[in-house]
Ligand binder design. Structure first.
Ligand code: NDP
Ligand code: GDR
Length: 326
């Protein structure tokens, strides 16, 4: 039975990946932080088979212990401070976890693997935020990285450190440069979920408006369930490598609002949406659209959920949750 250790098990991707690996017959281990993590209950409810280990990406000895206890053949590093807007206000914490945390886990894996550094396959959750002020459209693996936030800068550090461990020590370390991916499990601070939840509440007469930031930004949004499949496929390759994972379509925040409101029968969203500088960012990533040709050819991966279906899935899920009194 293959054993995998997932950091970030309580997050959106951690939960989907745990479900996928369990379905494939893996023994799944997850790293959970904090002395009374409020999301432990959710993990125990959704994926009760997962073995949880206390640990934090900023604490090397806790990572060594989790590796010793789980002794995995595959490690997926999904843990991060992942909210871009938050990263300006908490740049040090973001760097500590999202950048230096990658160094910690890579080093822990290297030490745990001992004489055979390639024996543990490692996945790093890199991000399209690394492209930032984009230098090429669409963005691919070779596009120049120009991050625009402390989060983006941290991800660039983790990305290059992963490549460096591969090249220096022969580790089987791959990076997935994933574009935005969403689901009903998306954190409520991110724009798709903020919109789906608010639209559901407005439809049911429980909320009057949504207060938002920049409506012009464009993102390449896919479904998280598809994207964790790509992570797994990367680690099944003989050679470690880096891959862009994206749909190849881009949509603005305005289009997101169009689809979400229309789905509940409201044709004009403008009376319900107010912009506030509070939600504007010091530097914006204006346009993201990924070219995932390499992943499609080498990994035989492709997305299965189109943008309008993704938005409708999220709105329907929030409607159902609100109606059931959740
Ligand atoms: P989430 O924000 O949903 O989850 C982040 C996870 O990281 C949580 O489990 C969180 O735990 C954990 N974490 C935070 N700080 C630490 C720490 N100090 N030590 C250990 N774990 C920690 O993110 P997603 O699931 O959406 O994303 C997964 C990864 O993929 C992240 O690295 C993200 O940056 C990256 N990514 C995400 C994309 C997306 O569109 N979703 C796109 C590209 C990259 P806790 O519950 O305790 O806070
Ligand atoms: P992003 O996701 O920054 O792309 O990072 P987010 O959903 O937060 O923002 C997307 C775009 O929407 C604009 N926006 C708003 N965003 C939020 N959160 N709230 C608002 O009210 C709002 N109004 C407009 C933003 O300015 C931005 O342009 C996500 C995270 O999951 C990262 O961890 C991941 O690496 C990248 O996706 C790829």
């Amino acid at each position: 039975m293959t054993r995998a250790l997932i950091t970030g098990i309580t997050g959106q991707d951690g939960l989907y990946l745990a479900e996928l690996l369990l379905k494939k017959g893996y023994e799944v281990h997850g790293l959970i932080r904090g002395q009374n993590n409020p999301r432990r209950e959710l993990v125990e409810k959704l994926v009760p088979e997962v073995h949880l280990h206390n640990g934090d990406l900023t604490d090397l000895s806790s990572l060594m212990r989790a590796l010793r206890e789980s002794d995995p053949q595959e490690v997926y590093n999904l843990g991060a401070v992942s909210f871009v807007a938050f990263s300006w206000e908490n740049a040090f914490v973001t760097s500590d976890v999202t950048a230096l945390g990658v160094l910690n886990i890579l080093e822990a894996v290297r030490l745990h693997a001992g004489d055979d550094p390639g024996s543990i396959r490692f996945y790093q959750a890199s991000s399209s935020e690394m492209f930032g002020k984009v230098h090429e459209v669409p963005q691919k693996e070779s596009t120049l990285l120009w991050p625009r936030s402390p989060y983006g800068v941290s991800k660039v550090y983790g990305h290059y450190m992963t490549i460096n461990y591969r090249e220096s020590y022969g580790m089987h370390a791959s990076s997935g440069i994933l574009f935005n991916h969403e689901s009903p499990r998306r954190g409520e601070e991110f724009v798709t979920r903020k919109v789906s939840k608010a639209v559901a509440a407005i439809k049911l007469g429980r909320q009057k408006e949504i207060v938002m930031g920049n409506l012009d930004a464009r993102r390449d949004w896919g479904f998280a369930g598809d994207y964790v499949e790509a992570m797994w496929r990367m680690l099944q390759q003989d050679e470690a490598d880096d891959y862009v994972i994206s749909t190849g379509e881009t949509h603005s925040i305005e289009e997101l609002l169009d689809v979400a409101f229309t789905h509940v029968g409201i044709d004009d969203w403008r009376p319900y949406v107010r912009q506030d500088p509070r939600f504007m960012r010091p530097a914006e990533v204006d346009l993201l659209i990924g070219d995932s040709t390499k992943a499609r050819e080498v990994l035989d991966w492709k997305p299965t959920v189109a943008f309008p279906d993704l938005v409708k899935m999220m709105v329907d899920s929030d409607l159902a949750a609100l109606q059931s009194g959740w």
